[in-house]
Design a protein around this ligand. Sequence first.
Ligand code: CMC
Length: 429
Amino acid sequence: MSSQEAKLIFDGRTYRLPVIKGVRGERAIDIRTLRDDTGLITMDPGLANTGICRSSVTFVDGEKGILQYRGYPIETLAEHSTFVETAYLLLHGDLPTRDELSLFSRQLNESSLIHEDMRLFFRAFPNHAHPMGILSTMVASLSTFYPLPDVLDDVAEEQFIANLISQVRTIAAFSYKRAIGEPMVYPSCNLRYIENFLNMMFSSPVKDYKLDADIVRAVELILILHADHEQNCSAATVRMAGSSLSNIYSVISAGISALWGARHGGANMEVITMLEHIRASGGDGRDFVERAKKKGSNERLMGFGHRVYKSYDPRAKILKDACHKLLQKPGVSDPLFDIAVRLEDIAMHDDYFLERNLYPNLDFYSGLILKAIGIPYDMFTVLFAIGRVPGWLAQWREMVHGDNFKIARPRQIYCGADIRSYIPIAERK
Ligand code: CMC
């Protein structure tokens, strides 16, 4: 029980509201009885000041630029961990032992095939279908091929978790093969998670894909850094959709849809489009910066700014270094990297960005790495989704197994018409 409380004085009465404290000192006013006690609700568009849960999955300190999964700094995981190990950590709370990791890896490997009939679906999408649209549709359709038992026990839960983490990667690679008109390449039990993905993407019946350790590590890094980010738009969507006890495959599909938007995961693709424009125009991007600063303009400097980070996004820092290193490899250089660095420098010397604490975010450098690997632009957000699935599942799992599990149902302040009489159509003017 909290020893602190907040006081609300309304209509001459004082209400005492308990203050909840997190283990890192963050505090929240508990308003669970507010409406019953006072008739009031709170108003917080964008939920910028609203806590929707207590969580022990991920910690972010946006002021200090700190990100930790289950207590482990992102920098440490980026240096030492693998994506599969990080996924296990997010889902189970602790790093796995050797046996636990090999069991988890085996389960992922054995769950990587999608039902053969699902391959027919890919043929029905139009040629210009966006891979994120295909991904969300196909993930939702997994619910029809892998129906869940009425009572979910631990074994069933581990299986659909493995299906989602593993099959999302197969679906992504199949949608790419469909887009380029090549035969789909099946997953192989002889390859590890990332190798398998790259092989499904880039090998063909006439040409083997030669795995390169630096490329594998770069994808590993991208997926680790994207694996969770506490209550962001897509994670909150997953909690919201999951709170109705909807089928987990549809819940993850909802998360994918929320991620797609340009203000969220879709920004990684927009960044490269922006950098390409700058290169084509021969400028240094100052015009983009100026347009993004204009009051009332809908344009933004893509890959800049964050709801939570008011300092440099720690993920962007890691990716900038990794990108620089990767582009040193023979044959991988990219002039867009220099344009990006110059653009960052312009923004970081501009009062508009400094006053608003707008720093490069995760999406600013990730697209350059994906581009260097050969991932097509419209699949960038798909890679984000593959990385984020373990985080969404960890958030969902924490919610459904936690205390205070309730369907999410916000309130509103109604501002529409007053009650009106129905006028038959013949009498309407
Ligand atoms: N370029 C120019 N101005 C910006 C930008 C930007 N990228 N981001 C925020 N601002 C301005 C905004 O216009 C506003 O100015 P003012 O106070 O004068 O009205 C102020 O900064 C605060 O912006 P906000 O929209 O209230 O901030 P938010 O917390 O609601 O939005 C954001 C966060 C990430 C949606 C936003 O910064 C943005 O649109 N960034 C560009 C898109 C992007 O890179 N998204 C990726 C986010 S990180 C990874 C992920 O979640 O996928």
